[in-house]
Design a protein around this ligand. Structure first.
Ligand code: CTP
Ligand code: MG
Length: 230
């Protein structure tokens, strides 16, 4: 059944899904790889659409797959599909250009974080609605972190207590994200990084273990297990 988005919602979600999935190994573009028999992108969208604040979703698909992705998603949710770019930032910029003008809050969410729960979408959106200009979900770093030289020799041990691992969805006041992308010079792997360069304060909210990024084959196995126990 096709999900309904909330026409009274105040949030647009951009879903960069145009990556190839090199680290996952040979196969289809990552967002189209199957998890429990369905593409990662479909899992991600279903969860986004269950968040009541979401009024619009724009997916950046692999350029060769735009028509196929549009057809595939028509049965899942009423989303806009655009062609992604050569790197993630270009894909986000392409999706941002297609956001309806009246929505004040924009979230950016990796298709590769296919199991991020609707509650996480809501908590990031709520923090922006409450006044934050930029919001990221984070988890504490659990491993000991060392700095290592090119010769594999340890240079030092990093104090991990102020470190956080960053997830998506990342949330922004629309104008803040638009200005950061307009001013962007080098491609970065997260949008909050662009906003930081503009001197904007970025606020953290608690992340979710279920929002793990499916990057390597082990992550896909872990996600299969999480899906089976959801
Ligand atoms: N992404 C995108 N456009 C690109 C590159 C990445 O929209 N040109 C998206 C991916 O589809 C993914 C998210 O950005 O949903 C995070 O990227 P990553 O996990 O690195 O995915 P891939 O780039 O596909 O994987 P890899 O780096 O292993 O090739
Ligand atoms: Mg990548």
């Amino acid at each position: 059944m096709t999900a309904q988005l909330n026409p009274r919602g105040d949030v647009a979600v951009l879903v960069p899904a145009a990556g190839s999935g090199t680290r996952l190994g040979p196969g289809a573009p990552k967002a189209l790889r199957l998890l429990g028999g369905e593409p990662l992108l479909v899992h991600a969208l279903r969860r986004i659409c269950r968040a009541p604040s979401v009024a619009a979703v724009v997916v950046a698909a692999p350029p060769d797959e735009v028509a196929a992705v549009r057809a595939m998603l028509a049965a899942v949710a009423p989303v806009t599909v655009v062609a992604g770019g050569a790197h993630r930032q270009a894909s986000v910029a392409a999706a941002l250009a297609a956001v309806p003008a009246d929505l004040p809050i924009v979230l950016v969410h990796d298709a590769a974080r296919a199991l991020a729960p609707p509650d996480l979408v809501e908590s990031v959106a709520a923090a922006v609605r409450a006044g934050a200009e930029a919001v990221i979900p984070v988890l504490p770093v659990v491993d000991t972190i060392k700095e290592v030289g090119p010769d594999d020799a340890v240079r030092g041990t990093v104090d991990r207590s102020p470190l956080r691992a960053v997830q998506t969805p990342q949330g922004f006041r629309r104008q803040v994200l638009a200005a950061a992308h307009a001013a962007a010079v080098d491609p970065l792997t997260d949008d909050a990084g662009l906003v930081e360069k503009q001197g904007v304060r970025v606020t953290c909210v608690p992340g979710s273990e279920h929002a793990l990024k499916i990057t390597r084959p082990f992550d896909l196995l872990l996600a299969e297990h999480l899906l089976a126990t959801e």
